[in-house]
Write a protein that binds this ligand. Structure first.
Ligand SMILES: NC(=O)c1ccc[n+]([C@@H]2O[C@H](COP(=O)([O-])OP(=O)(O)OC[C@H]3O[C@@H](n4cnc5c(N)ncnc54)[C@H](OP(=O)(O)O)[C@@H]3O)[C@@H](O)[C@H]2O)c1
Ligand SMILES: *[C@@H]1O[C@H](CO)[C@@H](O)[C@H](O)[C@H]1NC(C)=O
Ligand SMILES: *[C@@H]1O[C@H](CO)[C@@H](O)[C@H](O)[C@H]1NC(C)=O
Ligand SMILES: *[C@@H]1O[C@H](CO)[C@@H](O)[C@H](O)[C@H]1NC(C)=O
Length: 319
């Protein structure tokens, strides 16, 4: 009886261990690329997978710009990233993606102070209701529009430094997304409403924007050696759910502890897209678990991608 019990516990423990180490952990970025002399920007890198991505890139010798909205959190992260990576080539620059003015001022400072840009990682994201400083829906504004303007303002520098890359951290949630162009033009938001499902819908919509943009940007960059990728990083224990109700967070804890990746595991697909040699012909595509994936038709709809691009240009006064 006792022995049977022991065996049973052993089998369960082994199964859980296998599940965590193989399925949850997933594939790892296997690139050995070194980045001496290269410059990388990671947005939203004071915490979560952005911070882990920054540490990995700094270890490879890159000059890493931590583009974060809070001076205090950014400077704290700067100390951590320097310490963890053993590199002094790490810089904090203030960037609030919810403010087009801040995006412009960041780009100006960056272009003035830094000579190169080899990899741009659009990682910052929010799961939050409300409006940005510019009166744009928060998730559309931060997850899409701020990055849209940032990418466009830095595109020339990326071209000068080609081969270079843009990596967009999207989400598997984009599969549930749709883009309500009417709502976008009328309300500067992808959707309205504050219920749990409506908020989730708007998050998914904003992530569909990331995938569509990558699709369209790749087309515009055809013929250059600037390539771009979007990705799902996995389900990760990070700070993303910080504004979700605390009751729900407690209820979800057992699931997140066992079935979610940690932030090092969660940064692997971003690193794969930023570093892996030979994926250039896959520019514009979507990755997860360090593997290129097919997307639904709506996520590679040329017409919708172009329309979104044009609306975004207008909203940023780029056109
Ligand atoms: N966690 C998941 O399971 C999951 C799944 C799919 C996709 N993703 C995506 O992965 C990316 C990284 O998320 P994470 O899980 O690492 O979340 P996280 O821990 O919450 O990190 C998000 C980062 O974005 C920054 N940020 C938020 N708003 C910003 C703004 N207006 N300007 C500049 N930076 C801003 C945050 O800065 P503050 O600390 O100042 O707020 C933080 O550094 C996001 O794009 C997210 O949508 C995550
Ligand atoms: C990720 O890929 C690894 C290796 O191919 C596989 O064992 C694992 O199950 C995959 N995980 C997910 C969540 O797809
Ligand atoms: C990343 O997404 C942003 C916002 O959706 C977009 O402006 C930018 O062009 C995208 N870049 C790539 C490489 O997909
Ligand atoms: C989101 O959560 C953070 C951390 O818990 C808190 O500081 C912030 O005020 C919250 N924001 C909103 C809009 O609820």
């Amino acid at each position: 009886m006792f022995v049977t019990g022991l065996i049973l516990v052993g089998v369960v423990a082994a199964a859980v261990y296998w599940y965590q180490q193989v399925v949850v952990k997933g594939k790892q970025c296997s690139s050995g690329v070194r980045l001496h002399g290269k410059t990388v920007i990671v947005t939203g890198s004071n915490t979560g997978i952005g911070k882990m991505t920054a540490i990995d890139l700094a270890r490879r010798g890159a000059r890493v710009i931590l583009a974060c909205r809070s001076q205090q959190r950014g400077e704290e992260a700067l100390q951590d990233v320097k310490k963890e990576s053993g590199s002094s080539q790490v810089v904090f620059m203030q960037l609030d993606l919810g403010s087009l003015k801040s995006v412009r001022s960041f780009a100006e400072t960056f272009l003035r102070d830094e000579a190169r840009l080899d990899i741009l990682i659009n990682n910052a994201g929010v799961y939050l209701q409300g409006r940005t400083e510019d009166g744009v829906g928060m998730m559309f504004g931060v997850n899409h529009l701020g990055h849209f303007l940032l990418t466009n303002l830095l595109l020339e520098r990326l071209k000068e430094c080609q081969p270079s890359r843009v990596v967009n951290v999207s989400s598997v949630g984009h599969n549930f997304g749709k883009i309500d162009f009417d709502c976008l033009t009328k309300n500067k938001a992808l959707g309205l409403g504050t219920s749990f499902t409506q908020v989730m819908q708007v998050y998914s919509d904003s992530k569909l924007c990331n995938v569509l943009f990558t699709h369209h940007l790749a087309k515009r960059l055809q013929g250059s050696q600037v390539t771009c990728y979007s990705l799902h990083p996995g389900a990760i224990n990070s700070d993303l759910a910080r504004n979700v109700s605390s009751v729900l967070q407690i209820l979800l804890r057992p699931v997140t502890v066992f079935f979610f990746k940690n932030t090092v595991q969660g940064s692997q697909t971003t690193l794969h897209c930023a570093l892996q040699e030979g994926i250039e012909p896959l520019s514009g595509r979507y990755f997860s678990n360090c593997t290129v994936r097919e997307v639904f038709a709506k996520a590679k709809d040329d017409g919708a991608a172009k329309k979104l691009w044009e609306i975004s240009e207008k909203m940023c006064a780029l056109a």
